[in-house]
Design a protein around this ligand. Structure first.
Ligand code: SF4
Length: 362
């Protein structure tokens, strides 16, 4: 089971006396705490470490966030799924060798926005302005949605904020199995609990600090039994000898405990990374083999498996989901229009550069 390993808490003076700050400090009990006027001093302490990215995951910064909601930037030239992000936490206590946050966040410590009232105001405006297009929104892009939940209780806070909001689906996406608080409330129909999945061999070698596959699936089964819809993300899919058998076993395990009807959506995405991430990851994870493969440089500058291999991975996995009647739940994450077209013959439920992954709206 995942565990937090925070060695120091930095408190932005602006939020020092806020009740949520007090609550988090109490929950962390005994941690070294320092009050600061800005992020600069925190970053200096992190940058001087031998592994600044690893160090960033052991330092917690409690602060204010100016704005919270933004459309997912997807990847230039790729087909967007129209997702929206809520940036309530930044950075993640887990340590995946392929995580783009290592190169993207510039050593930002684990950061928690204490001014959740600001998010409430922004969301009210967001709900009022949104049109008739259904919206998926989540906290899992710049953080793991449940990674810091044992100290923030953000999952319950968000679940209650979204309860009853029509046409908006909140997704809490995680590699954690800590969902107990969510099992103590009535599940809103528009809150989806989702898990990123990989074979246990990949979790062991590439996803340090996360819950095991068994724990994630047990959490998903508990969520389903409680009445939540669930989602799954096979992203990044890693290609290695024996990949197909191992991914098949993961998919078979899902349907032993969860029926296809309970699944809201399933995304597929293959390993991709900017060049800088590969250099960093080779230094931080010298035992990882995922970067020892043939890649092509795609137009937006990221490295990916060659297109025929990506299609092969998606088609093989899709075939297994078809066997369980769940192929209509699939969509591709950060893929080119050419791959979407080849994979699905057409981009369903959307236009050429936007796809709507809402199987129940077909
Ligand atoms: S769980 Fe997600 S956000 Fe956290 S380190 Fe892994 S890939 Fe990054």
């Amino acid at each position: 089971m995942d565990r937090l390993q925070i060695k120091k808490v930095w408190v932005d003076r602006k939020v020092e006396s806020r009740p949520l700050t007090r609550q988090i400090l109490e929950r962390l009990g005994g941690c070294h705490v320092e009050v600061v006027d800005s992020l600069e001093g925190v970053l200096r302490a992190i940058r001087l470490a031998s592994d600044p990215v690893g160090e960033s995951k052991k330092n917690l910064y409690l602060t204010e966030q100016l704005s919270f909601i933004r459309p997912c930037p997807c990847s230039p030239g790729c087909v967007s799924c129209g997702y929206w992000n809520i940036d309530l936490d930044l950075n993640c206590p887990f340590d995946c060798s392929y995580c783009v946050l290592q190169s993207y966040l510039n050593y930002q410590p684990l950061t928690v926005a204490i001014n959740r009232d600001g998010l409430e105001r922004e969301l009210e405006e967001f709900f009022q302005k949104k049109g008739r297009i259904p919206i998926r929104i989540g906290t899992g892009e710049l953080a793991d949605s449940l990674g810091l939940d044992s100290i923030t209780s953000n999952a319950i806070f968000l679940t209650e904020l979204f309860r009853g909001k029509e046409g908006v689906w909140l997704e809490l996406k995680s590699k954690s199995a800590r969902i107990q608080p969510l099992l103590e409330v009535k599940p809103p129909a528009n809150v989806i609990l989702s898990w990123s999945l990989n074979p246990q061999a990949v979790i062991d070698s590439e996803e340090k600090g996360t819950a095991s596959l068994k724990e994630r699936l047990e959490a998903a089964a508990a969520a389903f039994k409680h009445g939540y819809q669930v989602g799954f993300h096979f992203d990044p899919i890693i290609h290695y000898p024996g990949w197909k058998e191992e991914y098949s076993q993961v998919i078979v395990s899902i349907f032993k405990i969860i029926p296809a009807e309970a699944i809201a959506w399933i995304s597929l995405g293959s390993l991709r990374f900017p060049h800088r991430l590969k250099l960093l990851a080779r230094f931080r994870f010298p035992e990882s083999m995922i970067y020892e493969h043939e890649f092509i440089r795609s137009p937006e500058g990221k490295y990916r498996y060659p297109r025929p291999l990506r299609l092969y991975l998606y088609e093989e996995i899709s075939q297994i989901f078809s066997d369980y009647g769940a192929a209509d739940k699939l969509y591709l994450c950060m893929e080119s229009a050419e791959v979407w077209q080849a994979f699905m013959q057409k981009i369903k439920r959307g236009r050429r550069f936007i796809a709507f992954p809402f199987p129940w709206l077909s």
